[in-house]
Design a protein around this ligand. Structure first.
Ligand code: UD1
Ligand code: UDP
Length: 396
């Protein structure tokens, strides 16, 4: 479907223009493209929508992800005003930049927003911030200030987040540590707002909702009495050998522990989905279950004994859930979770992953030490804090 068709489908072929807006109401254009951005911006979009006297909320998705994005849009009832539908199989980083900027640039002229909101560190995040900057529209960066200070890890996210910082007007830092990272780079103190991470808002909103798995593989595993080890892995810098080593660890773990069942929520990206299938397909007590919708995924995190993941969002969710998680990465921009004691950075070495996982599955004291809830990433009101800051600003 072409961009024009998608915009029509979303019901916004009309020019919104600067005219016709109610005095004093700020028009906020929120742009995102992938699953984690959608989860983390859903609470902000809801908060903006709940204040119609102050904000007109306009939502544009690049759809850098398609199915995985739509899963989240449906859960949170978000109907984008604009859908650029850019995802292609095997897209390169350049493809994402080109197609996102080509779609967003004319849209900026149509919507004429007062503020553009972006989240995190994906290539959509950077492209949207760049287009807003070129249109002299101030950018609010949600989840600002995360750093590894290593442009290769995670790639390209560390670059995307540093570049977005350079372009942003408001930096919504989830923690004091992320604020300090921004200050160290010379960002003005009064442009930084420590708000907590909106992922906690989303998680708490969803966690209480009822959900039951229908008859099938996952339900069978949940009722088998086996302990669940939940796995996700998708990072670009892990493609190839590191991912092979992660799969080897998963395979050996399932062989060594007959009382566990591994649920691997594989990513849609064929590079990692195919590798997981090659290494783990058909193994006993290992199920490749594909990307789960957010609500069932939260239920699976809750049901799991142990999580193995290289995901950014999962590192933030594990402390709120009090769920021990081993982070399959060499460095992290989220050291707060490790400091809270709930997650541990273990890298991608097969032996190390296996040893750390085996210890938690056999040593009750080691397990109990990690399995406690804490909230280094916020109290679940980050979205309200962000919207309060925008409300207090003079309209440009
Ligand atoms: C992207 C982000 C990464 C984020 C991750 C969250 C960039 C460069 N990467 O990585 O920061 O952590 O999302 O999951 O911004 N695909 C589908 N359907 C989907 C989604 C993906 O088929 O719903 C397949 C497509 O073939 C696509 C490929 O996955 O070409 C890669 O997607 P892409 O967004 O480029 O990279 P991710 O690895 O998903
Ligand atoms: N998630 C999900 N379904 C899954 C796997 C993950 O809904 O099958 C959620 C997870 O709870 C977290 C977010 O997706 O909120 C993380 O997305 P991802 O790992 O794709 O990206 P990252 O956070 O690493 O950028």
């Amino acid at each position: 479907m072409s961009t024009a068709e998608h915009m029509r489908r979303a019901g916004h072929a009309e020019h919104m223009g600067r005219t016709g807006r109610t005095r004093g109401i700020k028009r906020v254009l929120t742009v995102f493209g992938t699953r984690p951005e959608a989860i983390k911006l859903a609470p902000v979009i809801e908060a903006l929508g709940s204040r119609p006297d102050e904000f007109q909320s306009v939502v544009a998705v690049t759809a850098q992800h398609r199915e995985m994005l739509d899963q989240v849009l449906t859960l949170f009832g978000i109907v984008p005003d604009y859908d650029l539908d850019i995802m292609t199989a095997g897209q390169s980083l350049g493809d994402i930049v080109i197609n996102a900027t080509a779609g967003l640039s004319p849209l900026m002229g149509q919507v004429c927003p007062d503020v553009v909101l972006v989240q995190g560190d994906t290539t959509t995040t950077f492209a949207a911030a760049l287009v807003a900057f070129m249109h002299r529209t101030p950018v609010g960066h949600v989840e600002a200030g995360l750093r590894t200070h290593d442009l290769a890890r995670p790639f390209p996210e560390e670059g995307n987040r540093q570049l977005t910082t350079r372009l942003a007007r408001w930096h919504f830092a989830p923690t004091a540590l992320s604020r300090d990272n921004l200050l160290a780079e010379g960002v003005a103190a009064d442009a930084i707002h420590v708000t907590g991470n909106t992922v906690v808002d989303a998680l708490l909103a969803v966690r209480g909702q009822a959900f039951s798995f229908g008859p099938g593989q996952i339900q069978d595993v949940l009722s088998s009495g086996r302990r669940i080890v939940l796995v996700t892995a998708h990072r670009r810098e892990s493609w190839g050998e590191p991912f092979d080593r992660i799969c080897a660890a998963v395979s050996e773990l399932a062989t060594a522990f007959e009382d566990i069942h591994v649920l691997f929520a594989t990513h849609k990206n064929p590079i990692v989905a195919d590798a997981a299938q090659r290494h783990l397909g058909g193994l006993e007590r290992v199920s490749l279950i594909g990307p789960q919708e957010y609500l069932p995924f939260v239920k699976l995190m809750d049901a799991a004994t142990l999580i193995l993941s290289d995901s950014g969002g999962v590192q933030e969710e594990a402390p709120t859930l009090g769920k021990p998680a081993l982070v399959l990465r060499e460095v992290t921009e989220r050291p707060e979770a490790a400091r809270a004691g709930v997650v541990k950075l273990v890298g991608t070495d097969t032996g190390r992953i296996l040893a750390e996982a085996a210890r938690l599955l056999t040593d009750e004291r080691a397990y109990a030490k990690m399995a406690h809830a804490s909230n280094p990433f916020g109290d679940g009101h980050a979205a309200d804090h962000i919207v309060d800051v925008l409300a207090a600003e003079e309209r440009p």
